[in-house]
Design a protein around this ligand. Structure first.
Ligand code: FAD
Length: 381
């Protein structure tokens, strides 16, 4: 590596997932170039099976960079929240907020395609393998292998957008002992643009309207997830039906995938010439669909600060401070919901029922929760 030529860029973004691409495009829209790097080919994003519930706020940001997947988004007009074997439920309706929808459901692959379509070929180094990173107070030097060649890139700012981190002492981990089994199913009657969040002692079950289908996030303890993954389609539908109840019938389940779930919070967002955004900064439980919405706001806020101040240490510290409320609020909200609802403890069950009833009967409390789901930290007082 010693004799390879050193190339220079202002901003190098490692990870061309939806958060890294959003940051790159938001910077480009403001006239700031950056280089994206990913270890996989762009086509790999097309194999991701997730569907994402995106907030109205997320849609507005993506529209500003011409990356809203117009034809692929299904509006969520109402959200029904309930818990299994208990009283109390609440209904959140977009009509109460003068919005066409509370949010939208898009396939990860359609969002990735909309973002990728706006990339210039030369702005992405795909299938690049990072060999070494040397970070210092003035930036970082990244040694990598790309297209069979060794390269060395010096940047003023290295942005990490690599997604969920593995073992890293800078990241605190709280394992939920739950796995999400996801797939698409056909409902009868149709989905009526209604999302369902149903809490069960095994974990939350979410149904997101996606075209004529429902995208299912079926959360279970790992051993039960093993069993559910092994079922044939009829038995899988029966297990789903047992968790959801009889208000709808499900059929034709698609291919199943699973994701282990943990809360992963990075202690420090900025260190010298490095900054962390998206899932690599915080990975949340998928309940209430906060993860990408939060990562998108990371990318957006970082782009605004960089466009205004350039790569400036004080401005980066300001970025870290500005993200505190949103990320900690999102993590706190999802973590507490999962822990309060994923058990069968009698007194807690009663409190949950009363809480759902109170939300339903008390519009200000319901609006408080709904607005934070729609707008994130922008809605905080
Ligand atoms: C079951 C499930 C359901 C979810 N539902 C929702 C939802 O409804 N709403 C919502 O907002 N969020 C949801 N999420 C969360 C959402 O999927 C993530 O927040 C989002 O995908 C994070 O995007 P990202 O770009 O940070 O990371 P990723 O999507 O993981 O992309 C990271 C990119 O970095 C690349 N990369 C990784 N390591 C390297 C490396 N060493 N060198 C180069 N490149 C690298 C990868 O190849 C990848 O392209 C859900 C998550 C799960 C598991």
């Amino acid at each position: 590596m010693a004799d390879s030529v050193i190339e220079h860029v202002d901003i190098l973004i490692v990870g061309a997932g939806p958060v890294g691409m959003t940051l790159h495009l938001a910077l480009a829209a403001g006239g700031q170039s950056s280089l994206l790097l990913d270890r996989r080919p762009p086509a790999a994003l097309q194999a991701d099976p997730r569907a994402l519930a995106l907030s109205q706020g997320a849609r507005e940001l993506l529209e500003q960079i011409n990356s809203w997947p117009t034809r692929a988004g299904t509006p969520i007009e109402t959200i029904h929240v309930s818990h299994k074997d208990g009283f109390g439920r609440t209904l959140i309706d977009c009509a109460d907020y003068a919005l066409p929808a509370l949010g939208y459901v898009v396939r990860y692959r359609d969002l990735a395609a909309a973002l990728t379509a706006n990339l210039q070929t030369e702005s992405l180094l795909a299938e690049a393998e990072i060999l070494n990173i040397e970070a210092d107070g003035d930036g970082a030097t990244v040694a990598l292998r790309h297209g069979g060649q060794l390269r060395s890139i010096r940047c003023k700012l290295l942005v990490h957008a690599e997604g969920t981190p593995r073992d890293d002492p800078a990241v605190s981990v709280s394992d939920y002992d739950q796995h999400a089994v996801i797939c698409e199913v056909t409902p009868t009657p149709g989905n009526n643009k209604r999302a369902w969040e149903r809490f069960t002692p095994d974990g939350p079950l979410a149904l997101l309207p996606l075209g004529d289908q429902y995208s299912i996030v079926f959360t279970l303890p790992p051993a039960k997830a093993d069993a559910v993954m092994a079922l044939d389609d009829d038995a899988f539908v029966a297990a789903l039906q047992a968790q959801f109840g009889r208000r709808m019938r499900f059929a034709k389940p698609g291919k199943r995938s699973r994701f282990p779930l943990a809360l992963r919070m990075r202690d420090t967002l900025v260190k010298g010439g490095e900054v962390w955004v998206g899932n690599t900064a915080q990975t949340l439980h998928p309940v209430s669909g906060q993860g990408f919405n939060l990562g998108l706001r990371d990318a957006w806020q970082l782009s605004e600060i960089l466009l205004k101040n350039g790569v400036d240490r004080q401005a980066l510290a300001q970025y870290a401070a500005s993200r505190r409320l949103d990320r900690q609020g999102g993590a706190f909200f999802t973590d507490k919901i999962v822990k309060a609802f994923s058990n069968d403890f009698g007194p807690l069950k009663l409190a949950r029922g009363l809480g759902l009833l109170a939300l339903d009967l008390c519009p200000p409390a319901r609006h408080f929760v709904a607005k934070r789901m729609i707008w994130g930290a922008r809605a905080w007082p």
